[in-house]
Design a protein around this ligand. Sequence first.
Ligand SMILES: Cc1cc2nc3c(=O)[nH]c(=O)nc-3n(C[C@H](O)[C@H](O)[C@H](O)COP(=O)(O)OP(=O)(O)OC[C@H]3O[C@@H](n4cnc5c(N)ncnc54)[C@H](O)[C@@H]3O)c2cc1C
Ligand SMILES: NC(=O)c1ccc[n+]([C@@H]2O[C@H](COP(=O)([O-])OP(=O)(O)OC[C@H]3O[C@@H](n4cnc5c(N)ncnc54)[C@H](O)[C@@H]3O)[C@@H](O)[C@H]2O)c1
Length: 454
Amino acid sequence: MTVYEYVIIGFGKAGKTFASFLASQGIKTALIEKSKERYGGTCINVACIPSKSLEYSARLSHGRDGSWEEKEKRYAEAVEEKNRLTAMLRGKNYDKLVQAGVTVYDGTASFVNDHEILISSDEKEEIIRAEHIVINTGAAPVMPKVEGLDRSAFVYTSETLMDEKKLPRHLVILGAGYIGLEFASYYNNFGAQVTVIQKGSVFLPKEDREMAAAVKEHLEKQGIRILEEADVLRVEDEKEEALIHVKTKNGEEILHADVLLAATGRQPNVSSLALEKAGVEMTPRGAVKVDSSLHTSKPHIMAAGDVTGGMQFTYISLDDFRILKSNFNGDLKRTTENRGPVPYALFLDPPLARVGMTEEEARASGWKVLTASMPAAAIPKAHVLKNPSGLLKVIVDEESGLILGAHFFCLESYEMINLVRLAMDRKIPYSVLRDSIYTHPTMTEGLNDLLGML
Ligand SMILES: Cc1cc2nc3c(=O)[nH]c(=O)nc-3n(C[C@H](O)[C@H](O)[C@H](O)COP(=O)(O)OP(=O)(O)OC[C@H]3O[C@@H](n4cnc5c(N)ncnc54)[C@H](O)[C@@H]3O)c2cc1C
Ligand SMILES: NC(=O)c1ccc[n+]([C@@H]2O[C@H](COP(=O)([O-])OP(=O)(O)OC[C@H]3O[C@@H](n4cnc5c(N)ncnc54)[C@H](O)[C@@H]3O)[C@@H](O)[C@H]2O)c1
């Protein structure tokens, strides 16, 4: 039986980065990935990178308009371009790991006991042994329990829809979260008619109320229909489309869709792992239970990324790598408790980016706050880029001048937010960003004016 010092299960962001690092330190390391189509993990193959490739193509396509046939053609080309990009990245990711000296096993990993792992593939089965193990198996889409959904030929997840080269005419999206709203925006820009089914009564319930209202108004202006307080009762297939029976506050409605996208969350990938054989505990919600340094209930087994049930972002998985590295070095400086503020971006058109608290959260926590809001149209660059829609908002502690929250719904906001995150993390008061020299014309220079309003 081959013995490794470290075995990583899953080609996720934390795992692949840690594997390369370990190999660079001369540590005998193996990584197990269940699918050759997933070398490099979820992000580069079926998530962030392909979706943002489509997002970019969708904006370009929207700018050109034209007939339905032209839009269909551009969509098919966008999917091809996305496929080229993911294939290129897949190859690069694999080569990088092998060149670093990591042994890559193809197959599904499951625990035999807390040190031995069975690798099963169509070709063979093999057991390897490890002193230390990292579980980095990611998450997979959850399918809601709706009558007829599992039998329908028109139902997709984000992972399967992005491979479909036929542009939907009417796309119905179940779920108004990250994937639901981003895909609504992309496919609307490609030319599909889009309806989003929102279960609850509050749109983007975790966002600042002023920002959520601005986003909703904008999406509706773009032509996206958002059905609030709606419950899908059943799905029935006709020859060319699915009939989606929806209960709304105004009664029952039947939506016709040639594509129904289920975007109702993603659940940790644990089912194939046989965690019980290793004595690794799970949380009540089905994630691998870890402490703040990512150790499981078995101290020599760690877990990182989506499988731990935390925030599902590639950069959180990358930050988990920093914790794994800190554990390896023995300094134990990095934990999940000292990540600092975590920014995020919803890739709409324009994108919504955020770091820190909403105004409601800040006030409820007892802060005395100053706030400033400014339309994106106040920034000249937004006009240069021909999309002056949106709103920017900041929330600042009146006493210290420290930024408590920033919410940017405007072009380039996914870049701008990283600057504010740094200021918050390093406790730099808002006045420093207000008086900083920025290149011109840029969206970031909007901070001069926005923060000048406080
Ligand atoms: C459509 C979409 C868009 C997204 N966009 C963004 C975005 O813009 N920005 C962002 O930060 N995040 C985004 N995310 C979230 C992001 O993709 C995930 O948070 C991230 O990929 C999680 O990485 P990970 O390290 O947990 O593992 P993953 O990258 O999920 O890797 C896990 C790997 O383990 C493999 N595996 C699973 N079980 C086994 C087993 N038993 N044996 C062997 N291998 C196994 C899987 O095949 C997979 O390759 C998006 C997600 C989706 C679905
Ligand atoms: N830009 C980004 O960083 C980005 C983009 C896409 C996805 N992601 C990550 O991927 C994860 C998964 O995305 P997601 O959109 O699937 O999950 P999500 O948790 O963001 O949203 C799921 C939505 O579905 C709703 N829902 C649940 N069950 C429902 C039902 N039966 N009917 C109708 N609605 C229902 C929920 O209320 C919620 O609004 C996200 O948590 C996010 O971290 C990130």
